[in-house]
Write a protein that binds this ligand. Sequence first.
Ligand code: S3P
Length: 446
Amino acid sequence: MAASDTISVSRAICGLRGAVCIPGDKSISHRVAILGALARGSMQVKNFLCSEDCLNTLRAMEQIGARITPGDAPENFTLTGCSMQPNAPQKDIDCGNSGTGMRLMAGVLAALPFESRLFGDRSLSSRPMKRILDPLSIMGARLEACGEKPGCAPLHICGGTLQPIRYTLPMASAQVKSAVLLAGMLTRGTTAVHQPAVTRDHTERLFAHFGIPCSVSEDGLDIEVTGPVDITAKDITIPGDISSAAFWLVAASIVPGSELTLRNVGLNPTRCGILAVLERMGADISVHRIHEEGEPYGDITVRYAPQLHGTEIGGAEIPNIIDEIPVLAVAAAFAQGTTTIRDAAELRVKESDRIATTVGNLRAMGAAAEEHDDGMCITGGSSLHGTTLQSFDDHRIAMSFLMAGLNAEGATTLQGCRNIATSYPSFEDTLNELARYPRRHRELIP
Ligand code: S3P
């Protein structure tokens, strides 16, 4: 079913109950598409996230020579790489809404011997690209940001041979780290990155999966890759995205009578900080059936938590929960006491300025929330009322506030929901099954 642009919800009076299969991880899907596209041979990919963002990256990789053979479902296919012999793309590469797609592909394309151009939608064209242009330029890459806004997309890249560097990231960003490491893997010598805090390590784990020589220091802050590499294709199953599971974790915690089991959720320690934060707030969460291959994953059961309370969120925890902060702010609005979120200025350069958009929408629903330069402060405990809200072109803002609407007085309407398809195309179906037309879903649950 095509995604609706306007979605309304009201209080889920029966609670949210049942099981939800969480679609594939977005960050891992982008990286699998990129690395598999360069590899020698074919690999079976299972549970790829068929969202607009990841499909854009997959199409871009087809443009440079990868081949896709459909499997038994859209998320399962065979990816045949170009054996490290990519060809120049015939047209400009559309990255849609995806900062990850653009920044990671720029790292690869900067080191390949042809010209390319990367462009994106309105939101992506206003996001900072200087953060990848700087280290890639030090490596000798010829690339420029030609957008109307300085330092922004479209990117024009004249790829070629690069020099290895030792680079200290100015901000804790897995995208910047990965852009440098991907360029480094195609460069003769050892490229080293130091990050100020541990960020998601999917690139490093996939390097290990594909046998790419990469080392990580014990504290996780220093990473080295030695190139040029020869990647051999290897089958992979992508776990569910904890950033998508996050919406149901919060919804079940705040809606009385809820009990949800979320299946096959990625539990990478650099990503599952939301579990620790919610548990600190008094949530009732249990993790079971953990599988420990490459990327750990398991099932999570979450029940309504009648006594959520505020917490302090900041420091090295932030990169681990960066995409979950809007929905954690919603949880905070339903918790007794104050929640303070600090050290999260990176939120201002996401798909929207998520400090402003989260606080604005919380206040519109009657919550006590205040903006800070690098975070926000929310005092919860009073009831929220439904109203008409904007997504501000941001999929995570749309989904977070639909979750708030599931325990608000009256109807909550979110406008601009089409972009939910960039990360979670089946979200509306799951929302309908669990909350809007629950009887139909209960019949489906054993
Ligand atoms: C991502 C890293 C994060 C995150 C984004 C996906 C990735 O961005 O917000 O949704 O896949 O590397 P930064 O690394 O820029 O913080």
